[in-house]
Design a protein around this ligand. Structure first.
Ligand SMILES: [Ca+2]
Ligand SMILES: [Ca+2]
Ligand SMILES: [Ca+2]
Ligand SMILES: [Ca+2]
Length: 265
C-alpha cells in the first residue's frame, strides 16, 4: 500500500516535471517567436527625436549689430591708449576697440560676429580717418563703399614742388605713406611704454618695431619691414626732434618735415 502510494506520488512527480518541461519548451518556443514586437521598441525613438528638433528654433537670436552702429561706437572719443573689451555686452556681436596712437580716436576694432572667441573681422583707419575693412572698403555715411579716388592726394604733391620736386613726389605715391606718417608721429609724439614695441600695426601692412634704447619714455628708432619677409627695408631714427629715415636698400636718407619726407640736406 505504501509502495503504491509512493509509485503514485512518483508518477505524479514525473508528470509535473514533464509538464514543467513542456511548459519550458513552450516558453522557449514562444520566446524565440517574440523578436517581432521588439523592433517596435526600437522604432519608438522617432517621437523622441522630434522634441530635440524644437529647441533649435526656440533660440531667438537677438539682432546682431549692424556695421553702422559699430562704426558709430568706434567714432566716439577715446582716451589715449584706451582698449575697450566687449563694447556691446549682451549682444551676439562682440567688439573690441583700440586706441593706439596716443590721441582720442580709436584706430582699430575687432569683431567676433558669433562670440566663438575667434575674431572674424578687423577694421582700421584709412588715410582719411575713415573705418576701413580688410577688403579695402571704407565706411561712408553708415555704408561700406569702395574707396573713391581721393581728391586729397593730388594737393600734396602740388604743395611739395616748392622745396624739392622729386623726393616729395615719390612720398605721395608711396604705398605705405599713411603708415610711415603714423610711425613718424608716434615716434615724435607717442610715449614709449616699453623698451621695445613689436609690430605696431599688429599684422596689418608693414611690420614696424619701435625701440626706446635709453629707456627715457621716447622712441629712438624704428625698423620697418614693408613686405614682412623678415628683412628690414627702412630704418627710422629720432634725432633731436626730427625723424631721419634711411632706406636699407638704396641708403637714401630723408627727413620728416611737416608731413613730408624730404631729402636730407
Ligand atoms: Ca588714435
Ligand atoms: Ca567668430
Ligand atoms: Ca628714448
Ligand atoms: Ca622686407
Amino acid at each position: 500500500m505504501a509502495f503504491i502510494r509512493y509509485q503514485t506520488v512518483r508518477n505524479i512527480g514525473i508528470g509535473v516535471l514533464g509538464a514543467g518541461a513542456i511548459a519550458g519548451i513552450v516558453v522557449a518556443a514562444s520566446g524565440s517567436s517574440t523578436p517581432t514586437p521588439a523592433p517596435t521598441l526600437v522604432s519608438t525613438p522617432t517621437p523622441a527625436s522630434a522634441p530635440s528638433r524644437t529647441p533649435a528654433p526656440a533660440v531667438t537670436p537677438t539682432v546682431a549689430l549692424d556695421d553702422a552702429t559699430i562704426a558709430a561706437r568706434g567714432d566716439q572719443p577715446a582716451s589715449p591708449g584706451e582698449k575697450i573689451k566687449d563694447a556691446f555686452k549682451g549682444n551676439p556681436t562682440k567688439v573690441n576697440l583700440y586706441e593706439e596712437t596716443q590721441d582720442t580716436r580709436y584706430d582699430r576694432l575687432k569683431i567676433d560676429a558669433n562670440r566663438d572667441d575667434v575674431w572674424d573681422v578687423q577694421w582700421t583707419r584709412d588715410d582719411a580717418g575713415r573705418w576701413q575693412r580688410e577688403d579695402g572698403q571704407v565706411m561712408l555715411d553708415g555704408h561700406w563703399q569702395a574707396v573713391p579716388t581721393n581728391p586729397q592726394i593730388p594737393p600734396t604733391p602740388m604743395a611739395a614742388p616748392t622745396p624739392s620736386t622729386p623726393a616729395t613726389a615719390t612720398t605721395a605715391s608711396e604705398p605705405f605713406a599713411a603708415q610711415l606718417e603714423t610711425v613718424a608721429k608716434t615716434m615724435l609724439e607717442g610715449k614709449a611704454t616699453s623698451e621695445k614695441l613689436k609690430d605696431l600695426f599688429r599684422g596689418n601692412g608693414p611690420k614696424v618695431n619701435l625701440y626706446d634704447d635709453d629707456k627715457d619714455g621716447r622712441w629712438d628708432r624704428a625698423k620697418i619691414d614693408f613686405d614682412r619677409d623678415e628683412v628690414d627695408d627702412e630704418k627710422l631714427t629720432q634725432k633731436g626732434g626730427f625723424i631721419e629715415r634711411k632706406s636699407e636698400k638704396t641708403g637714401a636718407i630723408t627727413t620728416w618735415d611737416n608731413g613730408v619726407w624730404k631729402p636730407k640736406p
